[in-house]
Write a new protein. Structure first.
Length: 202
């Protein structure tokens, strides 16, 4: 109907971009990845994560690239002109053949990012909305941005995905004998936030 205006209220903003790495930078990233100790993240058949939860502290050159993307994203798209941000945690993830994660979110953060490199094919990450605002099981004839409660991204080499930390997401099953590699990080707002009795300084 041409006379109906559709408005998306309170959308979740997800961004995808390429962060280019030189051959030397990829080599340095792989050395750091291979030198890390990995531990079970959730038990069972879940992927492993690095024991070090601040891996970007040892790679300021890569942290700077990510921070540039974060600044562009928050200033140009979210219009957070008066809000500074800071990375809180960062870690590697190693997914072996047959492994997958459970749905999870990243508490105590505002946005998260995940970066993929040197995988044999694109890696799939799926987001799910478990709070539809109703309890009706309605099956649309086709899925689109207005009715879909699940969405998957396929992320290629040197691609970075940024998403709100409260979104539930999972690593889909990995079918290759070569490990799937990724680097994830979270960030928080810092400085003076809010007004009046809601004012805090972080």
């Amino acid at each position: 109907m041409d006379n109906i205006d559709i408005h998306l209220l309170f959308p979740k903003t997800v961004a995808k971009t390429i962060v280019n790495l030189s051959v030397q930078e990829k080599s340095m990233l792989n050395v750091t990845y291979n030198n890390n100790v990995f531990v079970s993240s959730k038990g069972g058949n879940s992927p492993e994560m690095s024991h070090d939860l601040y891996v970007l502290n040892g790679m300021p050159w890569l942290a700077n690239k990510f921070n540039n993307v974060i600044t562009e994203f928050t200033k140009n798209f979210l219009k957070w002109d008066n809000t500074r941000t800071k990375m809180s945690t960062s870690w590697f993830t190693k997914t072996k053949k047959g492994q997958e994660s459970v749905y999870h979110s990243h508490a105590n953060n505002i946005y998260s990012g995940v970066f993929y490199w040197d995988n044999v094919e694109k890696a799939k990450i799926t987001f799910e909305n478990f709070n539809l605002g109703h309890h009706w099981e309605i099956q649309p004839k086709e899925l689109n941005q207005y009715n879909n409660c699940q969405y998957s991204f396929e992320i290629g080499d040197c691609e970075l995905l940024i998403f709100p930390s409260e979104l539930h997401h999972k690593i889909e099953p990995w079918i290759h004998k070569e490990d799937r590699k990724s680097l994830a990080f979270n960030w928080i707002p810092i400085g003076e936030l809010g007004v009046s009795d809601s004012r805090v300084v972080i």
